[in-house]
Ligand binder design. Structure first.
Ligand SMILES: NC(=O)c1ccc[n+]([C@@H]2O[C@H](COP(=O)([O-])OP(=O)(O)OC[C@H]3O[C@@H](n4cnc5c(N)ncnc54)[C@H](OP(=O)(O)O)[C@@H]3O)[C@@H](O)[C@H]2O)c1
Length: 260
């Protein structure tokens, strides 16, 4: 734990921290003694979480209401922080559900802003100081949906593919500067976002948010990508290596067709 704090502290940004997996990341980092900067849109939820973690752990917690769809707003906040950022966890995502023909242009654009533009430019922003310090870490949340075409969440899935490929590339580049980059390709996680979208019973291999956060932080520094959970690892192997692309896409559609 001390090693983790030395390498990825003293402060971590959790972008998309107000609930679900982001809140689980915040607690997993607090347990490791890392001070937190929590970002999301809902200030009331951030305030509650910050108070809870501040009482439970010997760490400092700051929180800011920012819309991550607006990179300039995000950049302004991060540039004004008087904290040394050792870790970025980019957890927020925008995932409208529907077939491509039915998704509005502004929603497609927002997927690009929240899921691609801001994690990309925020990674660039925080990595500059990390390079000077010779240490740090960046976690980009991705999804098993991003490993093949995924009908009904096609653009979201494509944005998640972007994050894996970006993480793998900069993992290699930044390693020599002491910076660890990791993409987490999660299967279903029982978060508020998932519960709202999932109408039927949980998908096989569904994990709770704490398990995914712990698996991710434990994998940081060990490679560019992790798939948490045995069932998800198996699914990833079959979908990517064994099944034809056409078959993998049709299986994905079986899983996504009832989302709403
Ligand atoms: N849940 C799953 O089954 C699953 C599966 C695979 C991958 N993932 C990935 O895991 C991550 C978390 O998923 P989740 O289910 O926990 O999502 P979620 O329940 O929808 O929560 C996302 C968090 O991000 C924040 N957020 C969303 N849009 C934001 C914006 N524009 N600006 C600032 N904050 C924003 C939300 O807070 P506010 O609403 O307060 O802003 C919330 O704290 C995502 O990257 C997702 O792609 C999830």
């Amino acid at each position: 734990m001390t090693d983790f704090k030395t390498k990825y502290g003293p402060w971590a940004i959790v972008a998309g921290a107000s609930e679900g997996l982001g809140a689980a990341f915040a607690e997993a980092l607090a347990k490791r003694g890392v001070n937190l900067i929590l970002i999301a849109r809902r200030l009331d939820k951030l305030e509650l979480l910050a108070a809870e973690l501040g009482n439970k752990y010997t760490i400092e917690v700051k929180y800011h209401a920012v819309d991550l769809a607006d990179f300039q707003q995000t950049k302004l906040l991060v540039s004004q922080l008087e904290c040394t950022i050792g870790l970025l966890v980019y957890n927020a995502a925008y995932a409208p559900i529907g077939y491509f023909k039915d998704i509005a242009e502004e929603d497609l654009s927002k997927i690009v802003d929240v899921n691609i533009k801001t994690p990309l430019l925020l990674s660039k922003l925080v990595s500059t100081n990390m390079i000077s310090r010779g240490k740090g870490g960046i976690v980009l949340m991705s999804s098993l949906a991003g490993t093949q075409g995924s009908p009904k969440i096609a653009t979201y899935a494509a944005s998640k593919a972007f994050n894996v490929i970006l993480a793998e590339g900069i993992w290699h580049e930044l390693l020599k500067h002491g910076i660890d980059v990791l993409a987490t390709c999660a299967g279903a996680i029982t978060t508020p976002g998932y519960k709202t979208a999932q109408n039927t019973k949980d998908a096989p291999g569904t994990l709770d948010a704490n398990t995914v956060a712990e698996a991710t932080l434990n994998a940081l520094g060990k490679g560019p990508k992790i798939v948490p959970g045995f069932t998800n690892k198996l699914a990833h192997f079959f979908m990517g290596r064994i099944f034809s692309r056409k078959f993998a896409i049709s299986i994905m559609h079986k899983n996504t067709k009832d989302l709403s």
